[in-house]
Design a protein around this ligand. Sequence first.
Ligand code: MG
Ligand code: FE
Length: 168
Amino acid sequence: MSDVSSIFLTGLRNAHAMENQALSIMKPQVSRIENYPQVARRLEQHIAETEGQIARLDQLLAGAGGDNNALKDMALSFTGAMAALGHTVAPDEIIKNSFANYAFEHFEIAAYKSLLALANHTGNSNAVQLLTQNLQEEQDMAAWLDQNIEPVTLQYAALREMGQTAKK
Ligand code: MG
Ligand code: FE
């Protein structure tokens, strides 16, 4: 296997682990949301998109001589993004999670841009097509999160003023 193919395969495995981590961050968040239905709906949508992204990565890994072994995902998983889960004890968790999600989506955007550079370099048009779909969904989610920061912050402030705990 060439160096480029090896780098690409490693990148696919890391992306697979990243997407499973994305699910492990978003699912607990959405289960805790009570007062921000628009955030819950968008997270639900992105959870479904993420499952599709994992299926595309599975397809590419199968074609690249890799596999989608979950234990490998655990070995490769990074821990920094787990900060989102640590926010669940804070009363302003909805705000802190909006920061963490914004950061995570940009991590994903960078990962797919890197994979796309390799796929384009090797003329792997199937991978370019599938990875572009993943990238587009991350960019759409990042754009939504960007637009959500102000309204969710003001909604949190309004709920606090109304005397609600506004926790979730
Ligand atoms: Mg993703
Ligand atoms: Fe994402």
